[in-house]
Write a protein that binds this ligand. Structure first.
Ligand code: ATP
Length: 324
């Protein structure tokens, strides 16, 4: 029987993680359970950085970006010895189940731990990359998309004032969701993404002399890992093919992670947090809470981690069609 739930955030931080921590904590307390907050992800689990949480501990955080529990990348948890130490802390703290908020690395670690020590683990998808299979959206994605779009709007003002091609480097690990959808939202000329790495063709389409004449500005988004060297490499390619254009590179970097979560991310995190607690009470284990067509779904962690989510073909086509 589950009496105490442990909750942690791990991997890269994402806006809305705090809303998820709040939801898990309050939903658990509402069900008469205890909550133990674990600081610094799996590192804190190994080091015993654990604190009992009350409802008040999560007040005033729903609107805050980042994570009050801190996040960390922890190599030690990737070793059997590290996980053994983590299990000792679980026993000492009498934690019966874990809710882990993070991305695929976090889920991989959680799943391994669950298998080795027979502890129920529920994953909440907390990553700006939106790269987890089985969920339409991840916590933090919508906010990040909004931030990137706002940056593009600002760059557009300068871009229209000069004969320059602006290249904007966008985060996303191995996935192009942020880049493609921000390109659509920002009315960009092209998006270089790992899923459709037609770099030269896109450059030609977007800024090749024919079309370029009808355009007053060009903004091309480049996913950080679509091309080795990112936006700087694409800038060099453009200047080589079209020496008549000068390029400017903007790397958005960690700006994309910060800020107050959007209403959508707060609602998503709240619904998912409540669903995670309910799933544990229903006897579920080793699943990710996802959202599909606005319905909460439970997806085996193995599928969420291993299946590849592709960008939508119609989105890709929309960008190509609308960037004429
Ligand atoms: P994001 O997508 O935002 O980067 P993430 O959860 O994928 O988030 P990672 O750094 O890949 O971020 O993973 C977070 C932590 O999960 C790692 O620091 C490590 O402690 C644990 N982890 C990752 N992979 C494994 C693994 N194969 N075995 C055990 N633990 C792992």
């Amino acid at each position: 029987m589950i009496k105490t739930i442990g909750v942690l955030t791990s991997g890269g931080d994402a806006p809305g993680m705090n809303a998820a921590i709040r939801a898990v904590t309050r939903a658990a307390i509402a069900q008469g359970l205890q909550v133990k907050a674990i600081y610094r992800g799996y590192k804190g689990l190994i080091d015993g950085e654990v604190k009992s949480f009350t409802s008040q501990d999560v007040s005033g955080i729903i609107q805050r970006g980042g994570t009050i529990l801190k996040s960390a990348r922890c190599m030690e948890f990737m070793t059997p010895e590290g996980r053994k130490q983590a299990h000792k802390v679980i026993q000492k703290e009498k934690i019966d189940a874990l809710v882990v908020i993070g991305g695929d690395g976090t889920f991989t670690g959680g799943r391994l731990f669950a298998q080795e020590y027979d502890i129920p683990v529920i994953g909440l998808p907390g990553t700006i990359d939106n790269d987890l299979w089985g969920t339409d959206a991840t916590i933090g994605y919508d906010t990040s998309l909004g931030t990137i779009t706002e940056c593009i709007d600002k760059l557009r003002d300068t871009a229209t004032s000069h004969e320059r091609v602006f290249l904007v480097e966008v985060m996303g690990r191995d996935a192009g969701f942020l880049t493609l959808n921000a390109a659509i939202a920002g009315g960009c000329e092209a998006a270089i993404i790992p899923e459709r790495a037609q770099v030269k063709e896109q450059i030609e389409e977007a800024i090749g002399s024919g079309k370029r004449k009808t355009k007053s500005s060009s903004i091309v988004l480049v996913q950080e890992h679509a091309v080795e060297g990112g936006a700087a490499t694409v800038a060099k390619m453009i200047e080589k093919i079209h020496p008549e254009f000068s390029t400017r590179v903007t790397v958005l970097g960690h700006l994309q992670r910060g800020g107050s979560p959007s209403a959508y991310d707060r609602i998503l995190a709240s619904r998912m947090g409540v669903a995670a607690v309910q799933a544990l009470l229903d006897g579920q284990r080793n699943v990710m809470v996802g959202i599909q067509n606005d319905d909460i779904v439970l997806i085996p962690l193995s599928k969420a981690i291993h299946q590849k989510k592709d960008v939508k073909e119609d989105s890709w086509q929309a960008l190509l069609t609308l960037s004429i």
